[in-house]
Design a binder for this molecule. Structure first.
Ligand code: HEC
Ligand code: HEC
Length: 292
């Protein structure tokens, strides 16, 4: 009797393992196909400024859009994760040093990457948030490109990206923004100029950078990855919605909340929000306060 039960249990377990194996194989194949797909978008170009005011604007955009959070302080790239079950995610060296962007990487290539989320070879950029950069105004995108193209060259080569099973499964379940090319409306015209009036409209434009973690409706939700803290609601109905404007600004500049909590930059990138101008933080506050 016991032997029979054990044999039965063994068979159930065996079939379960087999089923999981098949499911994983299907997922891995699906992700590989999507990563290796080639896209062909119409070439696009617009003038890239060279004046110092635009350079300064471009630097500001790079800071407030978190480029350095992933591409590193000097923009020479960074290993974001390198652990066996996750795999290796690496952000490109964006300078013209060895291991960086090739000498003939043109404005058109920058535009393709930031607007469509694909590299020069038409392959999807992996884990690069182009679904957010595509929402930049043409003016801001041009200034950002101008700034990036004059970065001092840094020689730094990185090992290639390798997707581990955890990243594959999370991406398959759409719990991780692996392929921004699939999320972008490629026919949408670029906004010419962003609102800078310091009100709700400017806040909405800036809040795109918060939407990836705080969700498009800014109501927050589960942590971005296993083990990371839940993401708070930023709207009027949430707990942040009860804060005064000075409290909101103080938190985003210092990582210290009015309740005395200290936010870790790895969870909530407050070093990025600390770079926002006062006017931009006020605009964000007004925008979140306008959401019920
Ligand atoms: C969440 C992390 C993250 C952020 C934030 C980020 N990037 Fe990236 N970026 C990546 C990764 C990872 C890659 C490598 C993609 C690949 O090789 O498939 C990449 C690739 C790129 C490329 C493509 C280079 C090439 O090979 O053609 C450009 C251009 C780029 N990033 C610019 C930017 C700029 C400008 C910003 C700021 C607005 C930015 N990135 C913000 C992660 C990020
Ligand atoms: C990479 C993901 C990520 C991005 C991008 C991000 N946040 Fe957060 N944010 C978090 C997480 C996670 C927490 C909670 C951290 C904790 O509890 O320790 C948080 C916490 C906060 C808090 C504190 C809330 C509280 O209850 O104490 C505020 C305010 C906030 N974020 C505002 C913003 C704004 C504004 C932006 C955009 C400019 C933004 N965040 C972008 C992940 C993110």
């Amino acid at each position: 009797m016991l032997v029979k039960i054990l044999k039965g249990a063994g068979m159930v377990l065996g079939s379960l393992v087999l089923l999981l194996g098949i499911a994983y194989a299907v997922i891995a194949r699906n992700i590989t196909e999507r990563v290796e797909k080639t896209y062909d978008f119409a070439r696009e170009s617009f003038p890239i400024p060279t004046d110092s005011l635009s350079m300064e604007r471009g630097k500001h955009v790079a800071l407030i859009k978190g480029c350095i959070e992933c591409h590193g302080e000097n923009m020479a790239g960074k290993v974001m994760i390198d652990e066996p079950p996750m795999g290796r995610l690496v952000a490109t060296n964006l300078t013209r040093g060895k291991g960086g962007l090739p000498d003939d990487y043109a404005a058109e290539d920058w535009i393709r990457a930031l607007r469509h989320g694909v590299g020069r070879n038409g392959r999807p950029l992996i884990f690069m948030p182009s679904h957010e950069t595509t929402l930049l105004s043409q003016e801001d995108m041009a200034a950002l490109i101008a700034y990036c193209r004059q970065l001092p060259p840094v020689d730094q080569a990185w090992a290639p990206i390798k997707l581990g099973p955890v990243v594959q499964v999370f991406s398959y379940l759409d719990k991780m923004p692996l392929l921004s090319v699939e999320k972008i409306d490629h026919h949408r015209a670029l906004l010419t100029q962003a609102d800078t009036s310091g009100g709700i409209a400017q806040g909405k434009y800036l809040a795109v950078s918060c939407s990836g973690c705080h969700q498009p409706n800014f109501k927050g939700g589960d942590g971005a990855a296993p083990g990371s803290p839940p993401v708070p609601d930023l709207t009027r109905s949430g707990h942040v919605g009860k804060w005064t404007q000075p409290q909101f600004i103080h938190t985003l500049r210092t990582g210290h909340t009015p309740e005395g909590r200290i936010l870790k930059n790895e969870d909530m990138p407050w070093k990025m929000t600390a770079q926002y101008q006062e006017k931009e933080l006020v605009a964000l506050y007004k925008y979140f306060q306008s959401l019920p």
